[in-house]
Design a protein around this ligand. Structure first.
Ligand code: GAL
Length: 649
């Protein structure tokens, strides 16, 4: 468990580098990330390279005992490069070419950009790959930030057509897969396929889903290109990329495949402000963020590689980019840092060393103020370093519960929400919240990953399914697993057309047929009886017709009173529970209380805002409330964490 910081030597006079490095080390930091936006200083004019300043910065940081992460500078191609190759610019969904003057102004499908990226990454990796202070690399910066995964230009169209040809081989197969007979959308050659933007009304969802897959694959391929170059010239160094919270425009499971570790950028207050949580919760967690919004991302990024992750950028104070930007509570930075380690982070690195004196982020805090003197977070970072020195975590265990997450299900269901309040992130989060409220540790993993050892596997909306996935899940259940599937599961084939009847190949496991769904407008509720008590739900209800399953709960909603809402089907040594209704926290708690009782896992409800995490033989009790909390015979002060050696039941 180590700490680090993001540093921009190119922003500051050289004389400050050494004292900065010495102070970083004195604060207890081990890592420093540099370089990721510095292209215009590394290559000020076409072919004119200036790597000397970077070499000096790396030497200086290394001499102070810091391990350096070099970020490749490809998130910010310089103006001269765009002047030379204007085809680098991405094009937005309205068909407008994106402009110069911020960052990420490139399309992943521009051949010039691939070539130029290969060139600059190769030059950097050749020059610094073997430097003893260089211990890791970050490819680019936050792929997709500012809505830049999907681009709608000429190169994007050409590559999309080529991608489709590889996927379907014949245009007839594409027409069938997309159900193009509808509205006379059939095409006679791949060259007739268009991008799914600027259509009169919505484009064909099968086409859009494939465009999302294609765009995601382009990010994965571009990243792989960078990673392979770095691996060639910098053997043994860790290669990573910094992902974002609640960002799903590319498939992170696929991206992580080509990396040694995934990292993500944790901005709890910005994330809370921009979240769909109710205002009352936003007010309650104003200065520390919501614990589950943060840890959902930790658990997901630990799951995408099933390995320790890093927080490459940890909020150290105010951010500049949310709709309002409150000052964090004293202790928040400590709380966030320990929370990351509790959820499996290997490194937490603060963004940034010193607040920027100009440009877009001048209102963003750092560990130091604009004048270079320590800001509040410096002291907290120092305290974290001291506290980490006193902890000796053991090897980490698999969590008892897995929550299944699939970017393709995110794309497919959010493309056809059908109810305004439907959101794949929201349903994932609602189940996660219930599990965390009961004190359970959760691994967030892909549905096709190995499920062995989980006492409970939860699939909130397993929308796109095929035979292989159904068999994989049947094997888990047959061997004694408990699988809970939520609404919209088994509805579609991978090409985004329906299974008739639903839930397709999941019918055997679920033991139900689903012919009707209810999609409610905000403010409208339905009701359901579960275990003798009545609950409300909002947004969504799958109406279950049991074929072989037993009924655990029934709807009372007048339009379909008496219809099955929750069912259970035994299969081999285990069982599959199907959950029809969604959208109400009290109902989710009741459902998960029942499910957890079936597993025999202890599940005492924690006080609101208190969270329990067990990792590496340590038990962490977090209090995210602005008031003291009592739990497990412990009084936890506001906004703080208690760490105990040993794991409580
Ligand atoms: C991240 C980004 C950083 C910086 C930071 C500000 O999204 O990677 O470069 O912009 O946000 O919070």
């Amino acid at each position: 468990m180590e700490l680090g910081v993001c540093y921009y030597p190119e922003h500051w006079p050289k004389e400050t580098w050494r004292p900065d490095a010495v102070r970083m080390k004195a604060l207890g930091l081990s890592w420093v990330r540099i370089g990721e936006f510095a292209w215009s200083r590394l290559e000020p004019r076409p072919g004119v390279l200036d790597f000397e300043w970077l070499a000096e910065a790396i030497d200086t940081l290394g001499a102070a005992g810091l391990k350096v992460v070099i970020g490749t500078p490809t998130a910010t191609p310089p103006k001269w490069l765009l002047e030379r190759y204007p085809d680098i610019y991405g094009v937005d969904a309205q068909g407008r070419r994106r402009g110069f003057g911020s960052r990420r102004h490139y399309s992943f499908n521009s051949p010039s950009y691939w070539r130029e990226s290969e060139r600059i990454v190769t030059l950097l990796a050749e020059r610094f790959g073997a430097h003893p202070a260089v211990a890791a690399w970050q490819t680019d910066n936050e792929y997709g930030c500012h809505d830049t995964v999907r681009s709608y230009g000429e190169h994007d169209l050409r590559e999309f057509r080529a991608w489709l040809k590889r996927r379907y081989t014949t245009v007839e197969a594409l027409n069938v897969a997309w159900w193009n007979v509808f509205w006379s959308m059939e095409v006679n050659s791949f060259d007739e396929v268009e991008l799914p933007n600027l259509t009169v009304t919505e484009a064909n969802p099968s086409q859009v889903l494939d465009f999302y897959r294609f765009s995601s694959d382009a990010v994965v391929a571009y990243n792989k290109m960078q990673a392979e170059i770095i691996r060639r010239y910098s053997p043994g160094r860790l290669i990573t990329h910094n992902a974002m919270g609640f960002f799903g425009d590319y498939d992170h499971f696929k991206l992580a495949h080509d990396l040694d570790a995934i990292t993500w950028d944790n901005y709890p207050l910005g994330m809370l402000e921009e979240s769909p949580l109710p205002d009352a919760l936003k007010a309650h967690f104003l200065r520390v963020g919501h614990p589950d919004l943060i840890s959902f991302n930790h658990d997901l990024y630990r799951g995408v590689k099933r390995a320790p992750f890093w927080v490459m950028e940890q909020q150290p104070g105010q951010v500049n980019w949310a709709s309002s930007n409150p000052l964090p509570a004293p202790g928040a930075v400590k709380l966030w840092s320990h929370q990351a380690f509790a959820h499996g982070a290997a490194v937490v690195s603060y963004f940034r060393w010193r607040a920027a004196n100009g440009a877009q982020e001048l209102m963003h805090a750092g560990l130091n103020l604009h004048d270079g003197s320590p800001d509040r977070a410096s002291q907290e970072a120092r305290a974290v370093a001291d506290e980490l020195a006193g902890l000796t975590p053991a090897a980490s265990q698999q969590a008892p519960v897995a929550l299944l997450f699939d970017y393709e299900n995110l794309w497919a269901t959010n493309l056809q929400r059908h109810a305004k309040a439907w959101d794949y992130w929201a349903i994932e989060l609602s189940y996660y919240l219930a599990l965390r409220a009961f004190g359970l540790d959760v691994d967030i993993i892909h549905p096709r990953m190995d499920l062995k050892g989980y006492r409970l596997v939860v699939a909130p909306a397993l929308h796109l399914v095929d035979e292989a996935l159904a068999t994989h899940l049947e094997d888990y259940v047959a061997a004694g697993g408990l699988l809970a599937v939520g609404p919209r599961s088994g509805f579609k084939q991978p090409s985004n057309i329906v299974w008739a009847p639903a839930p397709g190949p999941l019918s055997r496991l679920m033991g139900v047929r689903i012919d009707h769904v209810d999609a409610l407008r905000p403010g409208i509720s339905g009701s359901v009886t579960l275990g003798g008590a009545d609950f409300h739900y909002q947004t969504w209800a799958d109406l279950l017709s049991p074929t072989t399953a037993e009924v655990l709960a029934t709807y009372q909603t007048p339009a379909y009173a008496g219809v099955a809402a929750i069912t259970r089907q035994r299969h081999g040594q285990g069982a599959c529970v199907t959950i029809g209704p969604w959208g109400n926290p009290a109902l989710h708690l009741a459902i998960f209380s029942d499910l957890l009782s079936q597993t025999g896992l202890p599940h005492d409800l924690l006080p609101d805002g208190v969270r329990l995490t067990r990792r590496g033989g340590l038990t962490y009790l977090f209090n995210f409330n602005p008031h003291q909390a009592e739990v497990a015979e412990e009084a936890i002060p506001p906004h703080s964490v208690v760490i105990r050696a040993g794991v409580d039941g």
